[in-house]
Design a protein around this ligand. Sequence first.
Ligand code: PHB
Length: 394
Amino acid sequence: MTTTVRTRVAIIGAGPAGLLLSHLLGRAGIDSIVIDARTRDQIENTIRAGILEEGTVDVLIDSGVTAPSRVEGHRHDGIELRFAGAGHRIDFKNLVGRGVWLYPQHEALRDLIAARLADGQDLRFGVTADRVEGADTDRPRVVATDSDGAALEIEADFVVGADGSHSVARQAVSGSRAGYFREYPFAWFGILCEAPPSAEELIYSNSPDGFALISQRSETVQRMYFQCDPDADPDALSEEQLWVELQKRVPGTTLNEGPIFQRDVLRFRSFVAHELLHGRVALIGDAAHTVPPTGAKGMNLAVADVVILEKALRALLLEGDERLIEAFPETASHRIWKAQHFSWWMTSMLHVAPDASDFDRLRQLGELRSVVESEAGSRWLAEAYTGWPLEGLA
Ligand code: PHB
């Protein structure tokens, strides 16, 4: 027995991209159904990174998802680039008049889920998308299995794959793995620890022993990462050894140490699907692209995709105007490739490749000095990190 339901936009994936799209469409009077294979608890409690650009925060606040008081006190007006034993502040506020918010993705997800449910929208957890069919017709559909194992079909005017880096929707748009792709010969060893912050702002550190990022979660919980081998075993090092590894990658700073209660190894890669649109199916967020985390662009890029796609869907579904949806891949790609470049650039500039020669190391220090000693260089970094304007897209 297959249950068939109808909606205007079927959205696979209740991550930031899928939920925000559904929310914005709802405000424009366009119904959607969002499905996700995970439970609500899994989505809300998986600890994720969270640098939000000013434009991303504006979208969340202006659309009524996030109360301004929730992000209060989380603004950062700069970061520190640390190399050769010294720290150099990149002052976002002075350079570009913008800032970023350290507001972890799971907090934004809690806001988005609450907003969706408060609006009485159709949001289904534990529902697995098996495939997308009919992309070339005006009745595309998602073939899925619900939480009881029963077959479910969602028929729609348009299907959106916001289903992350293992996207099922990608098959219908771009072929399952087809994309522009780059792997890196290093990964991040991430820890969460109970300790006070070690610095007021985030520290991105390049050292002869590799990269480290000193981030934060709260007054009592800190998030830190250090460069490691992609095949590193997260349980191989003792807590004491982890602190030695971290400390030696931020020479000249003393970290506040404390009990480590979570550890993970994050492999990273750069990816952009060859196609972002096929007929009446589009890809957004991590289904469309992945960036290494060094540039803090992941969720921001997903939100930018949503802003572009929502406008195009309004034109298509409310006015029958196909021009914006046809232009979606081109419009979205501009920002996607700028973010790909910035994420690759920050990653390459700050990490030490396993096969780096003395020339490579010295050239890298020259590159870092070119950025911090030049107002133009620092401003370019600040512009990209705080995010290119979303104006003109909405
Ligand atoms: C984090 O806090 O987890 C974080 C912050 C900045 C990044 C990546 C991760 O670039």
